[in-house]
Design a protein around this ligand. Structure first.
Ligand SMILES: Cc1cc2nc3c(=O)[nH]c(=O)nc-3n(C[C@H](O)[C@H](O)[C@H](O)COP(=O)(O)O)c2cc1C
Length: 157
């Protein structure tokens, strides 16, 4: 199960661009990775991956309904995702628009599943965020998230 799944919802491409940078980071660490639009992910798919990273635009200070729906439907596998490595990222419209609370909301759901989350002491503490289209710095933070999830997975494996 040396696979990482990156799930994103993106209406105008910003979160998708972040997801692609996260994918780059996982690949750099030599793990199999799939990057999927949430519409192509079923709750059962979550069982097949050792790492699950979720990205959402910030909608009203939290995740988009499409992402929340997948998480709610994942209750079917409650207890079965424990020990998997997780991460989250978000794109918002403005500074202070709730991107960090969105990341934390996603991470809370992953923690409820018993997943393992590593914070970051130096970079964005909870996970990468961007205002609109990710710039080079945001992209780099996303690559680093992919790397750190993959590294933790390898250490635990
Ligand atoms: C329904 C809706 C709600 C939004 N709510 C917020 C918000 O609470 N705070 C914020 O900063 N941006 C908000 N935005 C802006 C998006 O988070 C922002 O445009 C984001 O970059 C879109 O990501 P995407 O290109 O992946 O779709 C909202 C946009 C929509 C469509």
């Amino acid at each position: 199960m040396s696979k990482v799944l990156i799930i994103y919802y993106s209406r105008t491409g910003n979160t998708k661009a972040m997801a692609q940078a996260v994918e780059e980071g996982v690949k750099f660490e030599g793990l199999d990775v799939q990057c999927k639009d949430v519409k192509d992910v079923s709750p059962k798919d979550l069982l097949d991956y050792g790492g699950i990273i979720v990205g959402s635009p910030t909608y009203y200070g939290t995740m988009a309904a499409q992402i929340k729906l997948l998480l709610d439907e994942s209750v079917k596998y409650h207890g079965k995702l424990a020990g998997k490595v997780g991460g989250a990222f978000s794109s918002s419209g403005i500074l202070g628009g709730g991107n960090e609370t969105t990341v934390l909301d996603i991470l809370k759901a992953l923690l409820v599943h018993g997943m393992i989350i590593q914070g970051s002491p130096m970079g964005p503490h909870y996970g990468p965020v961007s205002i609109g289209k990710p710039d080079a710095g945001n992209r780099n933070q996303c690559v680093n998230l992919g790397k750190s999830v993959a590294q933790l997975f390898k250490r635990l494996a």
